[in-house]
Design a protein around this ligand. Structure first.
Ligand SMILES: *Cc1c(COP(=O)(O)O)cnc(C)c1O
Length: 367
């Protein structure tokens, strides 16, 4: 059997984050088992999507759920659903929509590369300041949806998500939340929609540890039902973002696991690992290692920030990031600045923290 090694692709230890470019996350045995089992039989895919969605909705305390091929696909389908709720005849016209309900309001401070998926439906961005007055002024005949990019526990905007939802609700405009990386905490699976967001989107392949090419759209049943006719196996806007039976069963198993996971024990492992890194590295000459919180996606988990005096260590942080990747086993750490990087315990397997610590002791030695 051809494996990674025989292709010249080196497996790596991930002390960086649930990065798509490193494969997202690793599937636990129960997810792999569910995918393997799913691969052994033909099924009616639409019925599976409905039934698995109902189960996920129940587990996540939502009215409805739809399995997507990722959060980015979810952004696109949710954008389409918002258009369809006001313009049902757009079904076979995407991306030729309009002349009304053809704009999505996005906040300038929240713009990010993933929001391109909004535009792929044919929607135009109406980019505004993240403030209540700006939102009130921007809503018009053309507004199909308001987008909110959730950045976790440390985000600050002049407008809160609650306020955005309240203002949009006065005009019956759905608020769509990109919460792709907002797990943990687990209760985010229902928090945004309980607050009144119409739909919330999550990656299946990040902390949920489902298949990398899976995602969840959670929220209003009418919106979710509206995109079924244009999603696989049907034809239309959603067809290129196919979700297989294996991904459907895999992400369902991942949600079941995540809901029942001992999140406190997991948090404790992360705290202990950060302490292990700090205790080993901080005493080194030219090195400061400290706990940083929350992590890069605003998730309530700690990381270890390692700051180096480059004149003492003789290397820049970028050199070190490369050196970690070049060694055996290869380790991905998170780049930060010219003189700092992060070690993230979130994506480590138990036991790998010692390999990472030892590699740091090796590479951070004063020459
Ligand atoms: C990862 C991410 C996405 C994309 O998620 P996929 O599941 O990889 O499609 C979208 N938005 C944000 C904020 C993300 O972090």
């Amino acid at each position: 059997m051809t494996d990674y090694q025989s292709l010249g692709v080196r497996p790596l230890i991930n002390a960086c984050a649930t990065m798509t470019k490193f494969g997202g996350s690793l599937m636990p045995p129960e997810v792999i088992a569910a995918m393997n089992e799913a691969a052994t039989a033909f099924v009616d895919l639409q019925r599976l999507q409905r039934r698995a969605g109902e189960r996920i909705a129940e587990l996540t305390r939502n009215e409805a759920a739809y399995i997507t091929s990722g959060a980015a696909a979810g952004i696109m389908l949710a954008s389409a659903a918002a258009v369809l709720s006001k313009q049902p005849d757009a079904l076979k016209r995407f991306p030729e929509i309009g002349p009304y309900k053809d704009e999505a309001i996005v906040f300038r401070s929240q713009r990010n590369p993933y929001d391109y998926a909004i535009h792929q439906t044919g929607l135009k961005y109406s980019e505004i300041e993240a403030a209540p007055a700006a939102l009130r002024a921007a809503i018009s005949e053309r507004t199909a949806s308001v987008f909110w990019f959730a950045r976790g526990v440390d985000s600050v905007d002049e407008i809160s998500l609650e306020a955005a939802i309240a203002i949009a609700a006065e005009h019956h405009i759905p608020v769509i939340v990109d919460a792709a990386a907002q797990l943990p905490p687990v209760d985010n699976l229902w928090r945004f929609t309980e607050m009144g967001a119409a739909l919330a989107l999550f990656s299946g392949g990040k902390d949920l540890r489902g298949p990398q090419s899976s995602g969840l759209m959670l929220g209003r049943r009418d919106l979710i039902d509206s995109i079924r006719p244009i999603s696989n196996p049907n034809h239309g806007l959603g067809r290129p973002m196919k979700v297989g039976k294996e991904e459907m069963m895999g992400v369902l198993a991942a949600v079941e696991r995540y809901i029942n996971l001992d999140h406190a024990a997991r948090e404790e492992y992360c705290e202990e690992t950060v302490q292990l890194f700090c205790a080993a590295l901080d005493p080194l000459p030219g090195v400061c290692a400290e706990r940083a919180f929350p992590n890069e996606a605003g998730q309530p988990l700690p990381r270890c920030r390692v700051t180096i005096d480059t004149s003492v260590i003789g290397k820049s942080a970028d050199d070190l990031v490369e050196a970690f990747l070049a060694q055996e086993p290869a380790i991905a750490v998170a780049p930060d600045s010219d003189s700092s990087f992060y070690l993230n315990p979130m994506t480590l397997n138990q036991g790998e923290e010692r390999i990472v610590r030892d590699a740091c002791l090796q590479l951070l030695r004063v020459p």
